[in-house]
Design a protein around this ligand. Sequence first.
Ligand code: AMP
Length: 312
Amino acid sequence: MSLLILGSVALDTVKTPIEEHTDQLGGSASYAAVAASFFSPVNLVGIVGDDFPEEHLAFFKSRNVDLEGLQIVPGKTFRWSGEYMWDMNQRETRSVELNVFENFTPDLPESYRSARLVLLGNIAPALQHHVLDQLIRPHFVIADTMDLWINIAKEELLRLIARVDMLILNDSEARELTGETSLIRAGRLIREMGPSFVAIKKGEHGCLLFGENQFFSCPAYPLEDIHDPTGAGDCFAGGLAGYLASRHLSDVSLTEKKEIPFDIMRMAVVEGSVIASFNVESFSMDRLRTVTPAENVERFETFRTLSRFGAL
Ligand code: AMP
C-alpha cells in the first residue's frame, strides 16, 4: 500500500541574505513525497510542464515515488520565488507563476483510488476536495494548508477541514483561522471543526499536537546551520504521513479501526520534525539526498533526549 500525496511540483527560486538559487526542484508535493519516501512508497499527484527537467523525474523514481499520477503537459511548470530576511522565519514571496497549474484537474489513475492513507498537501482546497471525492474508502486523510487559502478560499477550506482526519497548519494560520490568540484554544477549536488530530507548527520552536483530551509538545531541533527553510512544513507533513503509512503496513490493527493511537501520532510528529530539520540544512532537497539511516536514528534520539528531564 502506497501513501497518496497531492500538491504542487514546482521550480523555485530562493534568495537568502547569502545565496540565491534559481529554478530548483520545489513544491509542496515534491518536498512531502521525498520526505515520506524515507518510510513508505509514494503515489504522487500533481502537474508539471514539458520544461520540467528529466533529472528531477529520475530523482523521484529513485526514491520510490510513483509518477503515474503526475501529469506532464505542454507548457511551463509552476514557478514560485521567495526571499528570506536575516531572520530566516521571515519570508517574502517575490513572484508566483501558475503556468500549467492554471488548468490543473487532479484526476486520479484507477490504481490510486483505493489509497488508504492520503496527504492532501498545500494546494487550492478545491483541488484537495476533487481528490477526496475520487477516493473509494480512505482510512486516514491529512490536509496541509497555507494562509493564502484562509484569505481567498475560506469557505472551501472549512468544508475540507470537516472532511479530514488531521489538519496541519502553522501558528499564525491557526490564529487567523480561529481568531484565537492562544494556540491551545485554537487547536481545540480546529478539532471541533472536524479533524481528530491537529498539528500546529511553530517554525523553529517545534510543534503542538492535539488529539481527544490529549496533547503533545514536540521540541525543536537546535539547528545551527539553516540554509533554506523552504519546504520545512511540507517535509514535516510528508515525514509524518510516511511514518503513519509504514506503521499501517506493519500493524494490521491500525487498518481495521479509524482511530490511530495517540502514541503513534506522537512518533509520527517527531519523525516529521526530524526530516524537516535535515531539509533546512541545504537548498531545495539537497540534504535529503544524502541523509543516511544512521543520521536519521541519531537525530530521532536527540529529539528524545531533548524532551526528557528528571532522573530516569
Ligand atoms: P513552505 O516553505 O512550507 O511554505 O513551502 C514552500 C513550497 O510551497 C515551495 O516549494 C513552493 O513551490 C510551494 N508553493 C508556494 N506557493 C504555493 C501555492 N500557492 N500553492 C502550492 N504550492 C505553493
